[in-house]
Design a protein around this ligand. Structure first.
Ligand code: ACK
Length: 287
């Protein structure tokens, strides 16, 4: 196999305990295209425990991806292996002994949250409220690690067994503050005002994006700021423009999103623990 200088990046992880063998992984049906290549459903065998898991498998083909992308794939794997939470997608490991690289994770029966929302427009309000609470639990957990997700959006969550699960940790970083290279492509519609202005990421910018994702959940997965171009969003959010939620969303939740997620001053926003507390009280749903 031609691996050229990428070998240097792959070698150190081969001896890790979370390395899986290709022979224990069966790729079955293709689910879609991810950032690094195909995502498929399949099976993972654990020979010691004599168990077979239904899993999702992300593939990365070395000849098709850049070194930078392989690094991202590996850093995603490295981060994910420390997570253990019902609302964060479970990570089984990486098979990196040969090509293509496999990242193996929990299979979410309903796939990506944005497409689930699009396909199920008749969903009752109670279920939407519970979804935003579940996502809040997942993000609260990540912030407790502490990591910043930096790309909270319905497209980066999964839905399965009645649970929202935060996924796609490609941009996730350890710590509580992160300054990004201004030349990188970013999801403008999900960004907080201070990220638009200064490329700064904090727990409070994740909270803003979480608010945008709540908006998606109440709007059947429609793209945020409908009818506006990215340039218009960038300018108008800086000038104070905020989206409206549908009128049937309860005033408490309207307030939570408008004030506690989208205030211009990050100090006026809630942290994830406060959001969880508020939503638990409001919905009466407990952990
Ligand atoms: O909406 P989908 O079927 O759900 O289309 C996308 C596709 O792969 C490309 O990302 C699906 N997908 C990704 N990860 C998982 C997973 N862990 N479980 C189930 N489906 C997944 C996603």
């Amino acid at each position: 196999i031609k691996v050229a200088d990428d070998v240097l990046i792959i070698k150190p992880i081969i001896r890790q305990y979370w390395e899986l063998d290709h022979e224990n992984i069966t790729v079955m049906k293709k689910l879609g295209e991810g950032a690094f290549g195909e995502v498929s459903m399949g099976q993972l065998k654990n020979k010691k425990l004599n168990k077979v898991y239904q899993v999702a498998i992300k593939q990365a083909k070395l000849e098709k991806v850049t070194k930078e992308q392989i690094k991202e794939f590996m850093s995603e794997a490295r981060l994910m292996r420390q997570f253990n939470h019902p609302h964060v997608v479970r990570f089984f490991g990486v098979a990196a002994g040969t090509e293509p690289l496999y990242m193996v994770m929990e299979l979410a029966s309903n796939g990506a949250l944005d497409s689930y929302l699009t396909k199920n427009p008749e969903m009752p309000m109670d279920k939407r409220n519970e979804m935003i609470l579940q996502a809040a639990w997942g993000l609260e957990y990540l912030h407790s690690k502490p990591v910043l997700h930096r790309d909270i959006a319905a497209r980066n969550c999964l839905y399965g067994d009645g649970k929202v699960k935060i996924s796609d940790f490609g941009l996730t970083r350890h710590g509580t503050i992160y300054q990004m290279d201004p030349s990188r492509k970013v999801p403008i519609r999900w960004l907080a005002i201070e990220t638009l202005k200064q490329q700064i990421y904090t727990q409070k910018t994740d909270v803003w994006s979480y608010g945008i994702m709540c908006w998606e959940i109440y709007n059947n997965g429609v793209e945020p700021y409908p009818g506006m171009t990215v340039a218009e969003v960038n300018q108008q959010v800086r000038e104070g423009y905020r989206m409206q939620l549908p009128p049937n969303v309860s005033p408490e939740i309207q307030n939570l999103i408008n004030i506690k997620c989208w205030s211009e001053n990050p100090n006026d926003r809630y942290g994830m623990p406060e959001i969880c507390t508020m939503l638990q009280k409001f919905t009466g749903v407990v952990r």
